[in-house]
Design a protein around this ligand. Structure first.
Ligand code: DX5
Ligand code: ZN
Length: 217
């Protein structure tokens, strides 16, 4: 993956009855990735959708499909999301006993591998795999729901990771808005998940365009 500034709209808070239309809106707004939040009701206290919906989104769009697995037993689901057409699969360090093996499993399925850490998990939890992963996702809210506020100390984690890995893709997820995205960029993130700040606005296409412009100027 190139180091460029990417807006990855999260479909979690989009209008599921008009999913195809919502995907087209952010695509036309200039988003390059689609962020799919997969929740199982165990790892996080919410349920979203599974590989079937991901496969339908894959058919509807040529954007990079970025799957964020917030689930127990990610080892079991990695092949299913790869088959559904995911380009990037991100797993939580807290969700597996064998993170190194899981990273390689994702890559052997033909996908880029991301690892994620919850706000309270120190960056030390992923330091050993930084050389193997394609991306790190730093959660800036406690995962489970869209529409929460960014936890400021998470930006310090991004700063420290960026100092350790100057060319790594670092994604931030949770509470990213038009008024704080430049602080996230300043901290060192280059991929920005944006959920409610796009889909809770009346015109997701125009809002996406504003985000894309802002991080690339
Ligand atoms: C939270 C998810 C996020 C979230 C982003 O568990 O991983 O992707 O939906 O939504 P906002 O931008 O509203 O925080
Ligand atoms: Zn996410």
């Amino acid at each position: 993956m190139n180091r460029m500034n990417i807006i990855a709209p999260s479909l979690l808070n989009s209008d599921f009855l008009n999913l195809g239309q919502q995907v087209k809106a952010v695509e036309q707004g200039g988003a390059e990735w689609l962020h799919l939040d997969i929740m199982d009701g165990n790892f996080v206290p919410n349920i979203s959708f599974g590989p079937g919906i991901a496969a339908n989104i894959r058919k509807a769009s040529s954007l990079v499909i970025d799957c964020h697995l917030m689930i127990e037993k990610p080892e079991y689901f990695v092949p299913l999301f790869a088959k559904a057409g995911a380009n990037i699969i991100t797993v939580h360090a807290e969700s597996t006993r064998h993170l190194d093996r899981l990273v390689h499993q994702i890559q052997e399925c033909g996908c880029k591998a991301g690892v994620s850490i919850n706000p309270a998990t120190p960056i030390e939890a992923i330091i050993q795999v930084l050389e193997s992963v394609d991306m790190v996702l730093v959660m800036s809210v406690n995962p489970g729901f869209g529409g929460q506020s960014l936890i400021p100390y998470c930006l310090d984690k991004i700063k420290r990771l960026r100092a350790l890995a100057p060319s790594l893709d670092i994604q931030i997820d949770g509470g990213v808005k038009l008024d704080n995205i430049l602080a996230c960029k300043e901290a060192g993130a280059n991929s920005f998940v944006v959920g409610s700040a796009i889909f809770a606005t009346p015109d997701p296409e125009t809002t996406t365009r504003e985000f894309v412009r802002l991080v690339n100027t």
